[in-house]
Write a protein that binds this ligand. Structure first.
Ligand SMILES: *Cc1c(COP(=O)(O)O)cnc(C)c1O
Length: 425
């Protein structure tokens, strides 16, 4: 019934029945009550459906995850406490110590660290690749123990666009799934599953929440990857789980195997649950996501065009600009606009970029991106300050790069603010 994405934003997930509250209730409860011991035992055996403890599942979270899964065109979804937890869960659900995976080197700094440092300590090795390499070159990075491929639809902070079909072909020809972090594009502007991605992740902290209220994440599974066809690669899904009475997830849950395993094992053991109150905020944010994304993109294009024409600006990257390096990929994967984030640099290098940032009045310096109020940040001195110059270069981040996240203000006011700050330097 809810065929268009706009209508899905409002009506998927929670479907109130006669006399129910119109808005999604917050089930602010740790636990659920059962009449008999056997009733609850069946839940622990994954034999019956129902709620017992919020660390494992909560209806506010599940209904919000259901909406996100519907928006992405996925089979099932789950919420996590943050985007970081979402990406950890997405990979760790299929990789074990001794395994290897491949990720684009242009991904978000937090995810880069997670994959490079923390997952290495867990015995999982990640190879970072230049996502613009041709398919034959990228194929050389696969090993017998490679278990997945990871990229971002639009990279944070460099605003490059992933060739999703190329990466999906590559992953599938090696018998592994493609995981795409779709945080910046949101399902309004791109649905990676339609282009062959198997699993989609989100930092709901960004546009989904949209108002800089709550930190959260989501994982959505398409249900399309055939784990049994590559059973030897994914024993966690295709052999008995001794911590769950010998259940074989892929056999028992079919298309729901991946999310059920991530919930039953990873959420049970790692406990990175999103609070139901935060899930409520995300669900409310999703209701206007389609309206906000349109406005973010319109504003960002105006701001990018202004900066592009200014003689104190060294360069601007925004995929919606017709002469941008990534415009062709954006036209294919993001025909209705990319997102509100763009990056640029001031002529004269790093120091002048910083002086310019300090002169802005309306746009604020914040370690945030992709929300209603315009904010900006200098990755080399903020989010990526732990990276060496060589790692910065590998990630495509020049030391003068400014990440500017265009909000929902009137674009003329933002341009006036930028113009004054540029005059001052
Ligand atoms: C912010 C971000 C993350 C991490 O999300 P948190 O909610 O901050 O943990 C992951 N991926 C992308 C693309 C992001 O922008």
């Amino acid at each position: 019934m809810n065929t268009s994405i706009e209508t899905k934003c409002l009506h998927e997930g929670y479907e109130p029945q006669n006399g129910d509250s119109r808005q999604l209730p917050v089930w602010q409860s740790t636990t659920w009550r059962y009449a008999t011991s056997d009733d609850m035992g069946a839940l622990f055996d994954l034999e019956a459906e129902g709620y017992f403890y919020t660390r494992l599942q909560n209806p506010t979270n599940d209904l919000t995850a259901k909406k996100i899964a519907a928006l992405e065109g996925g089979y099932a979804g789950m919420l996590t406490s943050s985007g970081q937890a979402a990406n950890l869960f997405a990979v760790f659900n299929i990789c074990e110590a001794g395994d290897h995976f491949i990720a684009s080197s242009s991904i978000y700094g937090g995810t880069y660290n997670l994959f490079l440092v923390t997952m290495a300590k867990m015995g999982i090795e990640c190879t970072f690749v230049d996502q613009t390499l041709p398919e034959e070159k990228l194929a050389e990075y696969f090993r017998p123990n490679t278990k997945c491929v990871f990229g971002e639809t639009i990279t944070n902070p460099t605003c490059t666009v992933l060739d999703i079909e190329k990466f999906a072909r590559l992953a599938h020809s090696h018998g592994v799934p493609l995981i795409v972090d779709n945080t910046f594009a949101t399902p309004i502007n791109c649905r990676p599953i339609e282009w062959g991605a198997d699993i989609v992740t989100h930092s709901t902290t960004k546009y989904m929440d949209g108002h800089a209220i709550s930190v959260g994440g989501a994982v959505v599974d398409s249900g399309n990857f055939d784990w049994m066809a590559h059973a030897d690669k994914f024993p966690g899904l295709t052999t008995p789980d001794e911590s769950y009475h010998g259940i074989i997830y892929a056999e028992k849950f079919g298309k729901g195997a991946y999310i059920t395993k991530a919930t039953a094992q990873l959420m049970r053991d790692l406990g990175s649950i999103q609070s139901p109150q935060n899930a409520f905020y995300v669900n409310a944010g999703l209701e206007s996501l389609h309206v906000r994304m349109k406005r973010h993109c319109e504003n960002a294009l105006k701001v990018a065009s202004f900066l592009k024409g200014h003689d104190k600006v060294a360069w601007v990257h925004y995929p919606d600009l017709p002469d941008d390096e990534y415009h062709e990929l954006a036209a294919k994967y993001l025909p209705n606009g990319s997102c509100g984030v763009l990056c640029f640099a001031i002529k004269g290098g790093r120091e002048r970029s910083i002086a310019f940032m300090d002169s802005l009045k309306l746009a604020t310096i914040a370690t945030h991106v992709a929300d209603a109020r315009t904010c900006l940040l200098h990755p080399a001195s903020h989010t990526h300050r732990q990276l060496s110059d060589a790692q910065l270069e590998e990630a495509g981040i020049s030391p003068d790069l400014i990440r500017y996240s265009v909000g929902l203000e009137n674009a003329d006011d933002l341009i006036a603010d930028l113009s004054l700050a540029l005059d001052r330097i």
